[in-house]
Design a protein around this ligand. Sequence first.
Ligand code: PEP
Ligand code: MG
Length: 755
Amino acid sequence: MVTISSSARGLLRQLRETMAEPLASQDRLDKIVSLIADNMQADVCSFYVLRDDGALELFATHGLKAESVHMTTLRLGEGLVGLIAAEAVPLSLEDAPSHPSFAYRPETGEERYSSFLGVPVLRSGQTLGVLVVQNANHRHYGEDEIEAMLTTATILAEMVATSDFDNLIKPGSDIDLRRPRMFSGVSLSDGIALGTVVLHDPRVVVSNFIAEDTEVEKARLDAALASMRVSIDAMLDRGDMLTGSDHREILETYRMFANDRGWVNRMTEAIDNGLSAEAAVERVQNDTRARMMRQTDPYIRDRLHDLDDLANRLLRVLTNSGLHAQRDLPDNAVLVARNMGPAELLEYDRNKLRGIVLEEGGATAHVAIVARSLGIVAVGQAESIASMCETGDDIIIDGPAGQVHLRPTPEVEQTYIDKVRVSARRRAHYAALRNKPSVTKDGVEITLLHNSGLVADLPMLDDTGASGVGLFRTELQFMIASRLPRLSEQIELYAEAMAIAGERPIVFRLLDIGGDKVVPYLRSSVEENPAMGYRSIRLGLDRPGLLRTQVRALLQAANGRPLKILVPMVTETFEFLQTKRVIAKEIDRVKRAGIPVSTQIEVGAMVEVPSLLFELDQLLPEADFVSIGSNDLVQFLTAADRANPRVSKAYDPIALPRLRAIRLVVEAGKRHGKPVTMCGELAGKPIEALALMAVGMDRLSMGPASIGPIKEMILNLDLKPIQDEIAEALSVGANGLTVRQLLTAWVERQNIPVG
Ligand code: PEP
Ligand code: MG
């Protein structure tokens, strides 16, 4: 344990006074380095700032030649200073010139100094600069001195972030913190958004850095830790609040860290060195983040993320700031988060929300599906973005490219302004196709339908001209509610949906909860593999109260009108038959209650569990229609988690084996005279949709934004020739080409627009 340094505290007091004095930026920095040199009994104290061109510029010095200030620079990784900046770790040397990285700068006159102590100046884990002290004699800097320097650096970091160094820094440059950055992630929802960053978990701003009274600050830290531990324990004990294994695991990890002596000791040491409790948390969090950014092992990274989340919680307790304080969105808001559930997304004001950027998240994660259904641009897998941006930063999301431009340069911004203009023209062009029949050039009619799940997205039916809703995900209402929606609430939602759709049919899918569709108020037990666990119709048949209420709500909402009900996750025909029996019983009940029931109640099955592919001739005579859920079907066929892009990206969903599986369903549908719809995400992507039509699918259900591009493709398409080519590929292969390559080459040759 490092000894309490009263001189370090004295230094912090002096620094605070200097910060409050009405000084010009350079004078303030000069005074600060002198104070540090005096206090540390060092001959030299220098402060280097990292510029956006990657150079570390000497910004102030006490002891080196004054004329070298703003003249001397080192590149990242060059010399001892560059090494500290690149690795974000302190370096203490008694004989600096003998270190292999030592780089001598003659203009500074530093040849006389042999001992060296440098620390990185970090903010949110990013290096902003380097603070150095040097002595002429061979001096050993102790642990307490390193700690004191790190503490001082926390304050300098805040100064760099909040000061205006424009007139000090080399003209044309800026500090690295404000550098434009580009992130390459994966596309979750198409479109382009230019907007302003809103951090989903806003970083807590620490304004009180310096401790008036160390004991008081320690007591504040202890109290905050205690209250945080109590709330974590309470969450763990409240079994009914648990939302699945991930949640529990995270809470368990939090509990472990919250009781970790090493973590607590590091914060206490920082208070001993004169920081306030919140500044001490931030100081330790900085180190964590710096380590996190340099960590490639995913397990350790996750644990560091947990620690970072925990520090954020602690900061909120200490500064009394609530979670998600930023509900009041600016126009064109772009949410940036590590991850987010669909319910959290839906809490924001949709009129102001343009986009979301996540550090995690795959294309079939439910937050992505909700974003698509709301027309919100989204990109996932943007590594470390949440800690590199601030609320209020400019940001551009390029949905189709999966790219994010943070603090874009004016040139990048202009490029995107032009792109948006072009895409507005395209939207107008698609809108003009609205009333055209969706028929290929060679006369094949393709029915285009929406995927939906909220009343808010239904009016888009008028804009796209789609024939109806091919998949209404009823679980969304359950996912956004804080308690089980009552019968009356369900009736209200379904009736409103039917009223908006009018004559256009809606396929209501029965509750598909479980897996990653978490419903917080339903008690669930920990499962090793939730996607293959107690979910969907399995849960529905096991808890028939839930299923019966929903069927009753649908029948009452229809009030005599035709109704289409879709059963999710059917694995065996008997589950489908059992569900039909529940529906039949409810029909009787509703009729007995005097409510009219149409004779046209159709019940269909989702084909999304591979086993059902080999039961189609038993299932289809019982079903009025079937719908393929490619998201789950492909996940199970390839044994690759749909929410984990690391594995799912490796298997193309339209590769021959998957396409053969889909063709099995299409052919069975034809044999039995039953309609087959594709309602997985495949249907909304042009090349994928072409593959589906090529194997004979003529009903495609997709996010509303995809209707225009897919219809445009259909209108320009001669389907027969490509059907022949794919049929041949399915039986004898495609001359070494993949289906995707074959189709891409074909649309290019035929000059067919693909979005
Ligand atoms: C699917 O699995 O393809 C599907 C449409 O259902 P969900 O994405 O809701 O699981
Ligand atoms: Mg599914």
